[in-house]
Write a protein that binds this ligand. Structure first.
Ligand SMILES: *Cc1c(COP(=O)(O)O)cnc(C)c1O
Length: 345
C-alpha cells in the first residue's frame, strides 16, 4: 500500500443499495451492471459482495471484462452487452459468459455455430445497440434459446414521453420474442414504477451511490470516499498566489496543504476554485487550480492536520455533478488507477 491516495469503499452501503433497488423492483429481481470495472470501484469485489447478497444477474460490456471475472462468478450469470464479433465467438461458445445478441447477423451466426442459451437486445428507441423493434423479431429469434430479452431506456432519468413509448414497444416485443425473462429498467428506470420492471432490472449507477433522479434521493447511500495524503504543509503569506495560472491570491496569511491528488486521478479540473475537502465536519476549501497530480487546500481550520495525514475530498456524486456539469457516471468511471481501493465491510 504505497499509494498516497485511497478510495474507501463501503461494502455495506453497496449491498444496502442493491437490496433497496431489488425491493423497489417489486416482483422483478435486480441484477447489477458491473461494466467498466464496476463503474471504477472494482468489479470483482462488487460481484463477490452482491452475489453473496443474492444478486443473480451481472452485466459487463466487453468480453475482456468477462474474462477478468473468471472464477469470481458463474459464467451463466454474466452477460456481455456488446454482443459477439466473429473474433469473440469462440470465447462465447466456450462459455466465458452469455452473449447479448445485438443484430440479425449475430443471431444467425450464433445459430449457425450451434450456440446455446443467449440473451437478445431489442432496440426500442435508442438507436445504439440491438435489433430494431420494428423488424420481424419473432421470425428472427425463432429457434433461439433466449434467457433474457432486454431493451434499454434512453431517458429514464428525466420525465420524458419517450419512457412510456419505449415501455409500450417493449410490451409488444414481449409478445413476439419468446424468452425466459424480460428486462428494461436501469437505475432510474426502476423509479419509473412497476410497469417498467418486468422480470429483471439492471441498476448500475445507483448501486455505487449515484443518484440519477429525485425519486431515488434518500434511498441510496454513498459508497465511495476519496482520500488523499497531505504531502506538504505551507505558510502562505498575504499576497502569495497558489498553483498554475495564479488564479488564487491569499488575502491573509494562511496555512495550506498540498495534496497528492490531481486530474490525472479523475479529480476533475472543473473543481478548480470550487471544490472542497473535509476533516470531520470542518470544511476545507480548494485553492486555485487542480493540477495533474496535486491540489492545494486551505488548512487553516484544521490545525491538527499535518504532513502524511489523510484528508477526504467532498465528492458527493449528485452534488459534484451539479457543481461541475460532469455526470456522476463520468465521476465514477474515471477515478484513476493510482488509488488503493480499500473495502470496508
Ligand atoms: C450500463 C447499463 C445499465 C446500467 O445503467 P445505470 O444507468 O448505470 O443504472 C443497464 N443496462 C444496460 C444495457 C447498460 O448498458
Amino acid at each position: 500500500m504505497l499509494a498516497n491516495m485511497r478510495l474507501v469503499l463501503d461494502g455495506g452501503a453497496l449491498v444496502a443499495n442493491w437490496r433497496t433497488l431489488d425491493q423497489l423492483s417489486g416482483s422483478a429481481g435486480a441484477g447489477a451492471a458491473v461494466k467498466a470495472d464496476g463503474y471504477g470501484l472494482g468489479a470483482r469485489e462488487v460481484v463477490r459482495r452482491l452475489s453473496a447478497a443474492g444478486c443473480q444477474d451481472f452485466f459487463v460490456a466487453h468480453w475482456g471484462e468477462a474474462q477478468a471475472l473468471t472464477g469470481w462468478i458463474d459464467p451463466a450469470r454474466l452477460a456481455v452487452l456488446h454482443g459477439i464479433a466473429p473474433a469473440e465467438e469462440a470465447a462465447a461458445l466456450a462459455g466465458l459468459a452469455v452473449p447479448v445478441l445485438n443484430s440479425a447477423e449475430q443471431v444467425s451466426r450464433w445459430k449457425a455455430a450451434g450456440g446455446g442459451r443467449c440473451h437478445v437486445m431489442i432496440d426500442t428507441g435508442m438507436s445504439r445497440l440491438g435489433i430494431d423493434w420494428r423488424d420481424d423479431i419473432s421470425a428472427l429469434c425463432a429457434g433461439l434459446d433466449v434467457d433474457l430479452c432486454l431493451s434499454h431506456l434512453a431517458s429514464a432519468d428525466e420525465p420524458s414521453a419517450q419512457n412510456e413509448a419505449q415501455r409500450q414497444r417493449f410490451e409488444q416485443v414481449r409478445h413476439q420474442v419468446k424468452a425466459r425473462r424480460y428486462s428494461l429498467a436501469n437505475s432510474a428506470g426502476i423509479a419509473l414504477g412497476n410497469g417498467y420492471h418486468f422480470d429483471c432490472t439492471r441498476p448500475g449507477l445507483a448501486l455505487y451511490g449515484g443518484v440519477p433522479c429525485d425519486a431515488l434521493a434518500g434511498h441510496i447511500r454513498p459508497v465511495m470516499r476519496l482520500e488523499a495524503r497531505i504531502l506538504q504543509v505551507r505558510q502562505v503569506r498575504a499576497g502569495d498566489s497558489i498553483g498554475y495560472g495564479a488564479t488564487f491570491t491569499a488575502e491573509r496569511d494562511m496555512r495550506t496543504a498540498t495534496l497528492s491528488l490531481g486530474y490525472a486521478d479523475g479529480f476533475k479540473r472543473a473543481l478548480s476554485s470550487i471544490g472542497a475537502f473535509r476533516s470531520g465536519d470542518v470544511h476545507l476549501p480548494l485553492l486555485g487550480r487542480v493540477s495533474m497530480d496535486l491540489t492545494c487546500i486551505d488548512l487553516t481550520a484544521a490545525p491538527e492536520l499535518g504532513e502524511g495525514d489523510w484528508i477526504a475530498a467532498d465528492v458527493v456524486l449528485p452534488a459534484v455533478e451539479a457543481a461541475t456539469g460532469i455526470s456522476q457516471y463520468e465521476w465514477l468511471t474515471q477515478i484513476g488507477r493510482r488509488f488503493d481501493r480499500i473495502w470496508v465491510d
